[in-house]
Design a protein around this ligand. Structure first.
Ligand code: NAG
Ligand code: NAG
Ligand code: NAG
Length: 489
């Protein structure tokens, strides 16, 4: 009999728990308009490319480049024969997350480099043959989003990673050797171009490289650069000028770039990088006469879709709302990052209670090359708590060294999770796209795509997962950055 009543209680008590849960479900943060319900499959990349049509017929914005994921079916580097398996996907994603932390460490050290107790050692000061200022400026992350541009005469088509966190545009000018990975992409050979020039050492363009966070030296009278990175990755080479062809109608003579002779580490055979930072050497500054420091992009949500990178103001798309661009006063190279006044986070329609000083003391940048958004530890803890509360329904599973809130969605057709929005100090609220919240490692490990900084004083970073499918508009001359939904549609 005792046994039976315990059994009965097990049933009734769990019913009671069920009712308690159901009652909690009526809380505002679980109402449908505060929740995304999506098919699990839609979170994962498909095997065929479904390109976006945006921009292709646009005559208002003259310079629209197609953005693709380097490793997806929309990229020419995609090997269709190679079937992905769960373990290869998991390894690939683990690698992306590891590189992402290296990039964020590098951003943090860049923002701290004025500080004499620099916590992170700069590898370049020991390995470089030349003695250069111990200042690390450039950060390179996962080579996720690429655009194709033409360089030289005749124009060589190169697929470059575009990066708002870097200033110098560089290409690979010599076959990969030494400790770099196998060459996978065409190189740019300056001897085959009639418009290539070395930059002399005595020019202002050369002597100003350190103000863009680069190291500069001379060989004979030729200007050399090093774009360093804290994880032993770097690009070293000759500082040169070339004809840059963004689109057939948008051609720039004498564009300053790095002709990389030695590119090592995470670059992994990539053709190079398009630097969209704010210092004088960036593409944005070098094309300011034509585009007035205005560009926008949409990052596709999966590797089987495409987005765009647009230069110039073709008329802001519908519904773009702006927040003020903040310039860091910490140092010159930090000033080339895009700072925003993040002041709060909404989960499921209600704002988390986080003291505004948590965000204002760390500051926040938006970066196209960081994958996972980093928040001050205090803010991340609040976000994780609210998210896990709303996701009680699902099975938490093992995390990754970077991501600690992961769910096993295997066997489910659809899942529901709370909407998340960023709130900025000047009143703008940006709702993230449904694809901008989770990072799928595999169907059985889909993670909340946010992480906490170790140190609350380290700068927060709005990463590219959170920017997915949004139109992100940089009006640098106007001192503002804008967002609108559906930028890749
Ligand atoms: C570099 O690329 C090769 C093949 O393209 C790949 O097998 C390898 O995992 C990549 N390494 C990194 C660190 O991304
Ligand atoms: C995920 O859930 C499925 C179905 O419930 C189960 O078969 C699988 O073992 C789980 N995987 C992990 C890693 O927990
Ligand atoms: C919890 O899961 C059930 C079915 O598994 C679903 O009907 C319900 O909407 C889910 N609740 C939430 C809050 O996601």
């Amino acid at each position: 009999m005792g046994f039976f009543s315990v059994f009965l209680c097990l049933i009734l008590c769990s019913f009671e728990n069920g009712f308690a849960l159901a009652a909690r479900d009526t809380k505002p943060h679980l109402l449908p308009h505060t929740t995304h319900t999506v098919e699990v499959n839609s979170l994962l990349p498909a095997t065929t490319c479904s390109p976006s049509t945006k921009g292709h017929n646009s005559n208002k914005a003259p310079s629209v480049l197609k953005v693709v994921h380097k490793h997806g079916p929309c990229s020419k580097f995609h090997k269709s024969s190679k079937t992905s398996t769960t373990t290869s996907d998991e390894k690939y994603h683990a690698q992306i997350l590891k590189q992402d932390q290296a990039r964020v460490n590098s951003i943090h050290s860049r923002l701290h480099h004025n500080n004499n107790n620099n916590r992170r050692k700069d590898p370049l000061t020991q390995s470089a043959a030349t003695t250069l200022p111990a200042k690390s400026g450039i950060v390179i992350g996962s080579p996720n989003y690429i655009v194709t541009v033409g360089l030289g005469t005749p124009a060589k088509q190169l697929s470059l990673v575009f990066d708002t966190g870097s200033d110098l545009t560089w290409t690979q000018c010599q076959p990969c050797a030494g400790s770099c990975y196998k060459q996978t992409e065409p190189i740019f050979d300056p001897s085959l171009s009639s418009s290539y020039k070395n930059i002399p050492c005595t020019t202002a363009a050369c002597t100003q490289l350190p103000s863009s966070g680069l190291k500069q030296s001379c060989s004979a009278s030729t200007c050399l650069y090093i774009a360093g990175y804290n994880d032993n990755s770097f690009s070293k080479g000759v500082f040169g000028s070339e004809k840059l062809t963004l689109t057939p109608t948008d051609v720039f003579e004498g564009f300053l770039f790095g002709c990389g002779l030695d590119n090592e580490g995470l670059f992994n055979g990539s053709a190079g990088l398009l630097g969209l930072g704010r210092s004088s050497i960036s593409l944005v500054e070098q094309t300011a006469n034509k585009y007035n420091r205005f560009f926008s992009y949409c990052l596709p949500s999966t590797s089987s879709s495409t987005g765009h990178l647009t230069f110039g103001d073709g008329g802001s798309p519908n519904g773009v709302k702006f927040t003020k661009l903040i310039t860091s006063s910490q140092s010159e190279s930090a000033a080339s990052l895009y700072g925003l006044g993040l002041s709060g986070i909404n989960v499921g329609g209600s704002q988390l209670s986080i003291a505004p000083s948590v965000f204002s003391s760390s500051g926040t940048i938006i970066d196209s090359g960081t994958v996972i958004t980093r928040l001050p530890a205090t803010a991340y803890a609040a976000l994780r708590g609210a998210f896990q509360e709303a996701m009680k329904n699902y099975t938490l599973t093992k995390g990754d060294p970077l991501l600690d809130t992961c769910y096993n969605f295997s066997g489910l057709n659809t899942v529901s999770y709370p909407k998340i929005a960023f709130v900025f100090g000047d009143g703008l609220t940006v709702d993230l796209d449904a694809t901008g919240i989770l990072f799928p490692i595999s169907p059985s490990q889909v993670c909340l795509a946010f992480a906490g900084n170790k140190d609350d004083s380290d700068v927060g970073v709005i990463g590219n997962v959170q920017q997915q499918r949004l139109e992100v508009v940089y009006d640098v001359a106007g001192g503002k950055v804008g967002f609108a939904p559906g930028g890749c549609d």
